[in-house]
Design a protein around this ligand. Structure first.
Ligand code: GNR
Ligand code: NI
Length: 167
């Protein structure tokens, strides 16, 4: 296992669109394991391959507090959504800042596991929010894109301030 470097805004590589995974080999399994290790160490509850500079449709998640419920979604697709909810989101590519974002409240997702087996899941709440946040990363979208210009400017100013404070 290896911890990977997480790209931070405004790195232009965060804007790249990921390609579908076609090869389910040991390298893919290794990448998923490394992404989980990176996510747990951060710590975060989700991580998209885009954030570690890999342009593949792959994301990992674990919303448990005990780090024992890892989920890997390869080539995820939203099949159905219901309702909306607003959740305060953070992002490992924007350390130390948070903003309210409106998402779908309930989702049905189709994806493949790391061996290529197709599965479907239905979920809501934080996990549903997180899957939508990670799927955005795979198409080069980040949570601040949902904010008004004023709110975005204030948040990015805060991000700079946090960075100066951190180091
Ligand atoms: O760790 C994370 N927490 C989080 C909280 C609310 C909504 C979304 C997230 S995802 C984020 C990790 C991350 O940046 N994933 O891309
Ligand atoms: Ni993120």
């Amino acid at each position: 296992m290896a911890k990977l470097d997480i790209l931070e805004f405004p790195d232009p590589r965060l804007r790249l669109t990921a390609q579908a995974v076609e090869t389910f080999d040991s390298d893919l399994k290794q990448l998923a394991d490394d992404m989980l290790e990176t996510m747990y160490a951060a710590p975060g509850i989700g991580l998209a391959a885009t954030q570690v500079n890999v342009q593949k449709r792959l994301l990992v998640l674990d919303i448990s507090e005990t780090h024992d419920a890892p989920l890997v979604l390869v080539n995820p697709e939203l099949l159905e959504t219901r309702g909306t909810e607003v959740c305060q989101e953070g992002c490992l590519s924007f350390p130390g800042v948070f903003a309210d974002v409106q998402r779908k409240d309930w989702i049905r997702v189709k994806a493949q596991d790391v061996t290529g087996k197709t599965f479907e899941m239905e979920t809501d709440g934080l996990l549903a929010v997180c899957i939508q946040h990670e799927m955005d990363h795979l198409v080069g979208k980040v949570f601040v894109d949902y904010l008004s210009p004023l709110k975005r400017t204030l948040l990015l100013r805060k991000l700079e301030k946090q960075r100066r404070k951190a180091g």
